[in-house]
Design a protein around this ligand. Structure first.
Ligand SMILES: Cc1cc2nc3c(=O)[nH]c(=O)nc-3n(C[C@H](O)[C@H](O)[C@H](O)COP(=O)(O)O)c2cc1C
Length: 192
């Protein structure tokens, strides 16, 4: 699949099934991430792989982080929300947690290090699409949570860019169609 075809075909798929990409296929997908434009060649992105029992172990981290957030504001935790945090990583057989490890640099601002990581995320989604897999980029409160960062071995200064869910689309016939491109209001010739 060429680049424009992959861009057109990529859609967020909420539930994915086995098989997940693995072996050389997964390496190719992650390598696409590492080939993102990266100002200063700082290589600020990191990819943590969650699969099999790790999905449950990290789900326990997400649940504990939710309970701690509730406790921090003296709010009663909602059982259904706690359960969702515990189980949601199972919506795909592989989750790649993509983060930015902040590099001290006088030349490259932190925002650009995060932008490079976002480009890495998109490269991963597009490579997965091109290789026939479904994907979804998710964030939510866990990406900003210190307990979650800590479980990944990140520092407070670092940032989680997202949880990239990867796997197989259960019923390709029912998959979402490509989005119709819409440039309305987005493009202006300058000067007008
Ligand atoms: C930075 C980022 C974070 C996202 N986080 C979530 C999320 O937490 N939950 C969710 O349902 N979708 C999330 N999405 C996916 C978007 O909702 C989705 O891309 C958008 O609805 C367009 O649909 P499409 O990806 O099928 O084209 C996120 C996308 C990006 C780029």
């Amino acid at each position: 699949m060429d680049a424009l075809a992959a861009i057109g075909a990529r859609r967020s798929i909420g539930r994915l099934v086995e098989p997940a990409p693995d072996g050389a296929t997964l390496q190719a997908i992650l390598a696409a991430g590492a080939m993102a434009p990266d100002h200063g060649d700082l290589r600020p992105f990191r990819f943590h792989l969650l699969r099999g029992p790790s999905l449950d172990r990290f789900g326990a981290v997400l649940e504990a982080a939710y309970l701690a957030r509730c406790a921090a504001v003296d709010a009663a935790p909602v059982a259904a929300k706690a359960e969702k945090e515990r189980t949601k990583l199972r919506r795909a057989p592989l989750v790649v947690v993509v983060s930015t490890v902040r590099v001290a640099s006088e030349k490259i601002p932190w925002i650009e290090q995060q932008q490079a990581t976002a480009a890495a995320c998109q490269n991963i989604l597009l490579a997965a699409t091109a290789l026939g897999f479904g994907s979804m980029w998710r964030t939510g409160e866990p990406v900003y949570d210190e307990l979650v960062k800590d479980a990944l071995g990140l520092r407070s200064d670092d940032a989680v860019a997202g949880f990239l869910y990867l796997g197989t689309v259960a019923d390709p016939d029912a998959a979402k169609p490509p989005r119709a491109p819409d440039l309305t209001g987005l493009v202006t010739e300058w000067p007008a």
